[in-house]
Design a protein around this ligand. Structure first.
Ligand SMILES: Nc1ccn([C@@H]2O[C@H](COP(=O)(O)OP(=O)(O)OP(=O)(O)O)[C@@H](O)[C@H]2O)c(=O)n1
Ligand SMILES: C/C(=C\CO)CCC[C@H](C)CCC[C@H](C)CCCC(C)C
Length: 294
């Protein structure tokens, strides 16, 4: 359902991609008679290297605006729910943590195949990065943003977890984009896995881990399972659209291994040293590169 909506949006925003299913192709209009009689335009000779560069894609600019609007709506919605006391601030923060990265990644197919598309997409976390810096340094105030993404309502918190989070999204979008499983798994582990560990751990985490009394078996087991399932779901989403091919007989084991290591790293009492939003994607990237290159 979600996939077909995204594809439909993509097909309306952008010229057709050869890998897109035939069903989604736009109807081709036949040339009218006057157009047939008109001599074909003579191709213009490029006068310099700038003339050879492809034009900036209006479709990608439109896709960027759509995703930017989505990001603002998400933060606004959770701020509203928190203000009305419908959900607690800590739950709002974790739901924004889970949804923003996963929805951001799910939006990648609406961008074109141009080499600049990843930069257009990265513009969204980049704008959010500036937003976090401006409000984290208290150069401006935005109570909604602070309430929906911080733990204690202190603007300086924006400069830690949330800032690392958007930087990882920028890094994965620019370096890996939708062409490799590495970025997909890393974002899925950081957003889905780590986010769910917190939600489940806070509610059902009475049985603590032997090496870290602040974390629980319930949190870590849910991180492992959800990180694995969300990664597989996102890999199927991108491979189903033809961005990469996977041999599922080995990929399932590799993703399970990455989920296990990401869960182990998340469970360590090292959050004061390295934030989970850095350690979890870092170990996922490393292991993914190692396993997929072997
Ligand atoms: N494996 C885990 C992870 C988290 N938790 C629960 O979730 C809470 C928050 O964990 P964590 O994400 O490490 O908290 P913070 O560092 O406070 O928040 P964040 O990482 O989101 O910045 C913990 O106190 C614990 O109750 C858990 O039980 N088991
Ligand atoms: C609370 C967060 C991290 C703490 O661990 C996440 C903060 C998220 C940002 C402030 C908002 C990020 C928006 C995304 C870059 C884009 C989302 C787009 C989508 C379509 C909703």
């Amino acid at each position: 359902m979600m996939t077909s909506r995204l594809l439909l949006l993509h097909s309306t925003l952008l010229p057709l991609h050869p890998r897109r299913p035939l069903l989604l192709r736009r109807p081709v209009s036949l040339p009218s008679l006057p157009n047939l009689l008109r001599p074909p335009p003579t191709p213009r000779r490029p006068c310099c290297s700038c003339c050879l560069a492809p034009p900036l894609s209006a479709g990608d600019a439109a896709a960027t605006l759509v995703v930017l609007a989505g990001a603002y709506s998400l933060v606004f919605t959770f701020d509203n729910l928190t203000q009305r006391n419908l959900i607690h601030q800590s739950l709002s923060r974790k739901l924004v943590h889970i949804l923003s990265g996963l929805l951001f990644m799910a939006s990648w197919p609406i961008f074109s195949d141009a080499s600049s598309a990843r930069y257009f997409a990265s513009f969204v976390p980049f704008v959010n990065c500036l937003r976090l810096l401006i409000h984290g340094l208290s150069l401006a105030t935005d109570d909604g943003l602070v309430k929906s993404v911080t733990r204690e309502g202190n603007p300086a918190e924006l400069l830690r977890g949330p800032l690392y989070y958007v930087l990882i999204l920028i890094f994965c979008a620019i370096v890996f984009w939708r062409d490799s499983p590495t970025g997909v798994i890393s974002v899925a582990m950081m957003c889905g896995g780590d986010g769910i560990a917190d939600i489940v751990g806070r509610r059902f985490g009475s049985w603590k881990l032997p090496h870290n009394p602040r974390k629980s078996w319930a949190g870590s087991i849910s991180m492992f399972l959800c990180g694995f399932l969300i990664s597989i779901g996102m890999l199927r989403y991108f491979s189903g659209m033809g961005y990469f091919e996977l041999d599922w007989s080995v990929s399932l084991g590799r993703v399970a291994l990455i989920s296990l290591f990401a869960t182990l790293v998340e469970s360590l009492p090292t959050n004061e040293l390295v934030d989970d939003n850095i350690s979890v994607p870092a170990v996922s990237i490393l292991l993914s590169l190692l396993t997929w290159s072997s």
